[in-house]
Ligand binder design. Structure first.
Ligand SMILES: NC(=O)c1ccc[n+]([C@@H]2O[C@H](COP(=O)([O-])OP(=O)(O)OC[C@H]3O[C@@H](n4cnc5c(N)ncnc54)[C@H](O)[C@@H]3O)[C@@H](O)[C@H]2O)c1
Length: 472
């Protein structure tokens, strides 16, 4: 039952904290905190916070994984200036050949194709005419492929979650730090229109101080389970508890809270419901016996709560089984206002946070309800993020989840071309992906608090405030 043999249950940390100050007069507490191993950074190795690589004028890219997600990325890259698509790889050669058709239709040169064996992707990584390896395979291949690509001197962009275990996370961090190569997770939801606008508002103080953020991946996948290569996604959920797909919720929440740019996550607690709908699906649709079907680890609804160094909280949910509307549950709650998406997209603000350029008679507004639709529209126009000002039209034309996927790819290439730090670094990948294993540890120990490792190993306060980088 308790699977923490490979972790150090170091800390029976008796935190006798006498809080006399601003925390509502909280009394002393004591708790056991489970800590996991944090490897010592090898001597001479430096962190990757704010790391910028030399400019790459033309970004030469190779794609691995051309199932449902990968070909869309290939297509988006054909719309980005200063890119050459050099190679395409998939286990199935016919998928690589099909993706070649995207290049043909775009009247671009042919790419080299790799496939037909489990390891053919390695040859793509070994090419000397590639700067960036873009990985859109199943979860279990992400870390292995990303590590190998960096070792071959390539920058890496890897689909979500970037890694599934703490060992994988640490191997990505060590390799990125050692090779001085970017390892960016392809978290697209941070570029969605409401989220990026709200981030801009948060950075300009419209919500006051953000104290709490929420996010989720709530998406009934029952219509999709059969579509994944070798059933990888259902198989993973069958095997592991914890939030195995936390990054869509974590990304926007962590950027708004400046995680490892002045704050860091300290403690996590997770809890889940028993699984019902997927085991029943396995019985009904796949003829699995009841006994086998209910040997199912992942909870139907998994909740994770996190507290940060600066006294903020994050709440993240995962539910891919319940019949309910799609939701990423995006919320920012501050001392002067509130942003919410799913099911209602809106803002609630104290009157002091709105000026006449946005709403006349704004002094009559208060945060008990959402601002009227026309005020929300005016706010979103006023605080439109510079990235959206530049890219919105093109992004909507090219598409990919309404445009956010294109913005993600464009920004990745733009930052590489201009020698800028990427919008997301290897520590974002680590923090947002870590809920899978840290949450599992918590759940398997009666929802005990688990320490969130400082993946930057001491550099979380070096940069003050999350910001996107621009060339000028
Ligand atoms: N960010 C998003 O919005 C979003 C949306 C969908 C999927 N995803 C992510 O994209 C990734 C892929 O998901 P998908 O839906 O395309 O899955 P999929 O099963 O359709 O595709 C995975 C592909 O990887 C290939 N593959 C597996 N092993 C390989 C190997 N050894 N060498 C080369 N190729 C190999 C498979 O043949 C398959 O074509 C996952 O990580 C998923 O979480 C992200």
């Amino acid at each position: 039952m308790t699977k923490i043999t490979n972790y150090l249950l170091i800390a029976l940390m008796l935190l006798s904290v006498a809080c006399t100050g601003g925390n509502g007069g909280a009394q002393s507490t004591s708790s056991k905190v489970i800590e996991t191993n944090v490897p010592v950074r090898p001597a001479g190795q430096e962190d990757m916070v704010a790391f910028a690589a030399p400019k790459i004028e033309v970004v030469r890219v190779g794609f691995i994984g051309l199932g449902m997600r990968g070909p869309g990325a290939v297509n988006r890259f054909t719309h980005i200036p200063g890119v050459e698509i050099k190679a395409l790889a998939d286990l199935h050669m016919d998928r690589a050949e099909k993706a070649q058709g995207i290049l043909t239709r775009a009247e671009l040169p042919e790419a080299a194709l790799y496939g037909g064996s489990e390891d053919a992707w390695k040859e793509l990584c070994e090419r000397d005419d590639i700067d960036l390896v873009y990985i859109a395979t199943d979860w279990k291949h992400h870390a292995e492929m990303a590590v190998y690509a960096m070792e071959q001197g390539k920058h890496v962009a890897v689909e979500v979650p970037g890694a599934m275990t703490l060992d994988e996370i640490w191997s990505l961090i060590e390799t990125s730090e050692k090779t001085r190569k970017h390892c960016m997770m392809l978290e697209n939801c941070v570029y969605d229109f409401f989220e990026l606008t709200s981030l801009n508002m948060a950075q300009q103080g419209v919500f006051g101080e953000i104290l709490h953020a929420e996010g989720a991946y709530i998406h009934d996948l029952s219509a999709f389970w059969d579509t994944y290569e070798k059933d990888w996604r259902l198989a993973y959920n069958r095997e592991f508890r914890g939030d195995v797909y936390a990054t869509h919720g974590m990304g926007p929440a962590c950027q708004a809270l400046d995680i490892h740019r002045g704050d860091k996550m300290n403690i996590l607690v997770a809890m889940d419901t028993k699984p019902v709908n997927i085991p029943e699906y396995l019985i009904e649709k796949r003829g699995v016996s009841k006994e086998e079907a209910y040997k199912f680890e992942n909870g139907q609804n998994t909740m994770t709560m996190i507290r940060t160094e600066n006294g903020k909280t994050i709440h993240i949910q995962h539910d891919v089984a319940s019949p309910r509307p799609y939701s990423r549950m995006y919320q920012l709650s501050g001392t002067k206002g509130f942003a919410n998406k799913y099911p209602t997209q809106g803002y609630a603000l104290e009157a002091s946070q709105i000026d006449e350029s946005v709403a006349q008679n704004h002094e009559n507004l208060n945060a008990h309800g959402f601002v009227p639709a026309e005020v929300r529209t005016a706010l979103m126009e006023k605080y439109k993020h510079p990235i959206h000002i530049e890219l919105e039209e093109k992004a909507k034309e090219v598409g990919g989840h309404g445009g956010m996927d294109f913005i993600m790819d464009y920004r990745l290439v733009y930052c590489l071309q201009n020698g800028l730090p990427l919008d997301m670094d290897v520590y974002d990948l680590a923090e947002w992906s870590s809920l899978a294993e840290l949450g599992r540890i918590s759940i398997e120990n009666n929802s005990a608090p688990v320490a969130v490792p400082d993946f930057t190993r001491g550099s979380w306060n070096k940069v003050k405030g999350y910001r996107h980088a621009f060339a000028n």
